[in-house]
Design a binder for this molecule. Structure first.
Ligand SMILES: Cc1ncc(COP(=O)(O)O)c(C=O)c1O
Length: 370
């Protein structure tokens, strides 16, 4: 689908409408110092329109608040929606940075194509983040492992009940101060193997970051919680034997010879954290394999001592050791298993790069506040 934007146009001319009633600074600081994931939002949001006739238009930053939506808006009926998840990090000198935003922009475009939506060009995606930080930069926390979560999203706002791609789309960016997703100490998490539900099917939307994938994961996630686990692990939907990914994170296994193995599947989200961590591992001399992995390989590998660590990774949680995998009829590992050394070393290296404490040799960081 064409985006109808003249490519010569280098940047949007954002209109900025300041919030007349922003949160008082002392109250804002309380939320920034003790953030609870995704509960409190900054004073502004980015709001851009797209229509089939006019392309991308009316870019603006405006006060955060309810979005007027026709009850017939296609997103409410057919779920034509995509989103991204990224973070703004405050460095020691006060500057504000983000991590590999070009990759999020590209994935947003791939998700858009799959969901029959217009592609937002990378430069506008990144500009919208900078515009939001320009007005809400004070919301970026500075305590260790805290950041401002950035949530770009786009949905079908055309009021029309026919089943076809919408001709009117809305793009927004909202932001929320956050701390570590699973609490502060990177303690190993327990995950639940869902054998009842799958997340995505062959040819489906598994590789797109679209709301329906998450809606489909919620019942399985509830089952995980009922079994004392923080996340659910899905298997492939065809044979039900290959591990895919968690509800909101990718998975990596570590062999005793130092090889890192992660599922290769076109029905999972291609995680930017996973890609980055595997690059860091390769830099350290680890072999890295992307290939199908059966649940049996994990079981027997742990039994034989060949598989020594497992971790989950994603923007929200960075890198988290997996202590145990629980299934209906077996358990791998234990909730008290110590965090693996490879896992923790990669976790620290990634966090240090994101917070500007280690040299960014890959050129992954982009400054947002200038
Ligand atoms: C289903 C799913 N898999 C994997 C990831 C990891 O992706 P990334 O590292 O780009 O955040 C996420 C999310 O953030 C996700 O929602």
């Amino acid at each position: 689908m064409t985006n109808l934007l003249p490519m010569a146009q280098k940047s949007f001319n954002f209109q900025v409408v300041k919030n007349p009633d922003p949160m008082p600074a002392d109250k804002r600081q309380e939320f920034v110092d003790k953030p609870v994931f995704g509960t409190v939002f900054t004073d502004h949001m980015v709001d851009v329109c797209w229509s089939e006739r006019g392309g991308w238009h009316r870019p603006r930053v405006q006060p955060y608040g309810p979005i007027p939506l026709d009850p017939a808006a296609a997103v409410l009926h057919y779920g034509q929606e995509i989103f991204e998840g990224m973070k703004a990090y405050r460095h020691q000198d006060g500057s504000i940075w983000t991590f590999r935003p070009d990759q999020n922009a590209l994935r947003f475009q791939r998700s858009a194509v799959r969901m029959a939506m217009p592609e937002l060009p990378t430069e506008y995606f990144i500009q919208s983040l900078k515009e939001l930080i320009a007005v809400d930069g004070d919301w970026v926390p500075s305590l260790p492992e805290t950041s401002l979560y950035l949530r770009p999203f786009m949905f079908a706002k055309e009021a029309f009940l026919g089943v076809r791609p919408a001709k009117k789309i809305a793009f927004y960016v909202i932001a929320s101060p956050v701390g570590p997703y699973f609490g502060g100490d990177a303690a190993p998490v327990s995950i639940w193997l869902s054998t009842t539900y799958t997340r995505a099917g062959r040819g489906g939307t598994g590789a797109a970051k679209t709301g329906g994938n998450y809606a489909a994961s919620l019942l399985a996630q509830t089952e995980a919680a009922d079994n004392g686990c923080q996340q659910v692990l899905f298997l492939d939907s065809v044979e039900g034997k290959y591990i895919e990914e968690l509800g909101g994170m990718n998975i990596v296994l570590v062999y005793k010879d130092g090889t890192l193995v992660t599922p290769d599947s076109d029905t999972i989200l291609s995680g930017i954290t996973r890609d980055s961590v595997l690059s860091l591992a390769a830099d350290r001399g680890h072999a890295v394999e992307r290939r199908p992995i059966t649940i049996e390989e994990w079981r027997t590998g742990v039994d034989s001592g060949d598989i020594v660590e497992a971790f989950a990774c994603g923007t929200a949680a960075t890198v988290v050791p997996i202590g145990q995998l629980k299934a209906q009829d077996f358990t791998i590992g234990s909730p008290d298993a110590p965090a693996g050394t490879v896992t923790m070393a990669l976790r620290q290296e990634l966090i240090d790069i994101q917070f500007g404490k280690r040299e960014d040799t890959h050129g992954w960081m982009l400054r947002l506040d200038q």
